[in-house]
Design a protein around this ligand. Structure first.
Ligand code: IPM
Ligand code: MG
Length: 372
């Protein structure tokens, strides 16, 4: 297969982790006989410094001319401390999602057997967790009318959803549940918010077309608790933009490190693949960032293009890195391996599989550590 991939490194550790993903894609090319071309473009703080905008038109064009986008990370501390700034890095990502119509953000949360001790939660609670969050990505409070009145010292963010915005992601989530364990949990705040009541009405109606899927609904506050108390009860979680942002970061605690969680953002025309973690500015250039979230995002990219064997090969190589303890210090505090070494190891171990590959096969424990 021939794919043109736009590469948006972004800020902080973005360039370092994406470099490992490109190594893995090169290895997939060699092993399976594909042809991938990469085009880099600027976004975030890096783009602001050069072009005075977080998303230059040229970057948007590169993305629109590509089959897929590989995204690193966004954000820089100098902007976080300045609430009066007119331009800031995250605007680049938000505009990109909107312009490309990326309405569904798919965030799997899986506890790898080898890393089960990584989670600060008890092994008995987190083991076998395998859930996926379908987060609405191009609407809600992120994109509603905003206003700040400095004189009155008041500010407004409006949350708006239309039925069609809800229904297009709901169908994707129901289809995913149908192909998995057939359970869908809608997370909302329908006891307070009108938008949530619209979500509930719309999703209950759509559920009639998926009789094989069991639907339940939880309020976000209860869902946050349930996810920590008993994460294995969940299969597919469907939720809005803001609740999905928060719940997916919480999911990374279950998995043991935010450096492990990948994501795919899809729409009708474009697809972007990015780790859920931020730009981790303190680690920039130190060769300690975990490249696995970015590499697993590559596995999602390959799956998106129906390259299942290739995707399994990437995942198998990642699992091998866990079992050989070729991991970054967030996974094993005493590890002497850096971002580059782990990336090289995974890329070198991508090879054809016999099709009987099973993600739960390996079961070797690693030590305790810190979380990015
Ligand atoms: C994410 C991030 C972004 C979001 C930020 C960087 C704007 O937290 O992808 O989860 O809030 O969507
Ligand atoms: Mg987030």
């Amino acid at each position: 297969m021939q794919l043109n991939i736009a590469v948006l490194d972004g800020d902080g550790i973005g360039p370092e982790v994406v470099a490992q993903s490109i190594k893995c894609l090169r290895s997939v090319e060699d092993t399976f006989g594909h042809s991938f071309t990469f085009r880099k473009a600027a976004v975030g703080a890096t783009a602001i410094k050069k072009y005075n905008t977080a998303l230059p038109d040229k970057t948007l064009k590169v993305c629109k001319d590509s089959d897929a986008i590989l995204f690193g990370a966004i954000g820089a501390p100098e902007y976080d401390g300045d609430p009066k700034a007119k331009i800031w890095p995250e605007q680049g990502l938000l505009k990109l999602r909107k312009e490309l119509g990326l309405f569904a953000n798919i965030r799997p949360v899986k506890v790898f057997p080898a890393l089960v001790k990584q989670s600060p939660l008890a092994k008995s609670v987190v083991q076998n967790t395998d859930l996926v969050i379908y987060r609405e990505l191009s609407g809600g409070i992120y994109y509603g009318d905003k206003n700040i009145d400095h004189k009155a010292n008041s500010a407004t963010d409006t949350c708006t959803y239309t039925e069609s915005e809800i229904s297009r992601i709901a169908h994707l989530a129901f289809k995913a549940a149908k192909a998995r364990r057939k359970k869908l949990t809608l997370v909302d705040k329908a006891n307070v918010l009108e938008t949530s009541r619209l979500w509930r009405r719309t999703v209950l109606e759509i559920a009639k077309s998926y009789p094989e899927v069991t639907l339940n609904a939880l309020f976000i506050d209860n869902a946050a608790v349930q996810m920590i108390l008993n994460p294995t009860q969940f299969d597919v979680i469907l939720t809005d933009n803001m609740f999905g942002d928060i719940l997916s970061d919480q999911g990374s605690v279950i998995a043991g490190s935010i450096g492990l969680l990948p994501s795919a953002s899809v729409g009708n025309e474009y697809a972007m693949f990015e780790p859920i973690h931020g730009s981790y500015p303190n680690a920039k250039g130190s060769n300690i960032a975990n490249p696995v979230a970015s590499i697993l995002s590559v596995a999602m990219l390959l799956q998106h293009f129906k390259m299942d064997e290739e995707s399994d090969a990437v995942i198998a190589a990642v699992l091998k890195s866990f079992s050989k303890k070729i991991v970054t210090p967030d996974i094993m505090g005493s590890s002497k391996y850096g971002t580059n070494y782990v990336g090289d190891f995974i890329a070198d171990n991508i090879m054809e599989l016999d099709g009987s590959f099973n993600m739960n096969d390996e079961n070797i424990g690693l030590g305790n550590s810190t979380i990015i």
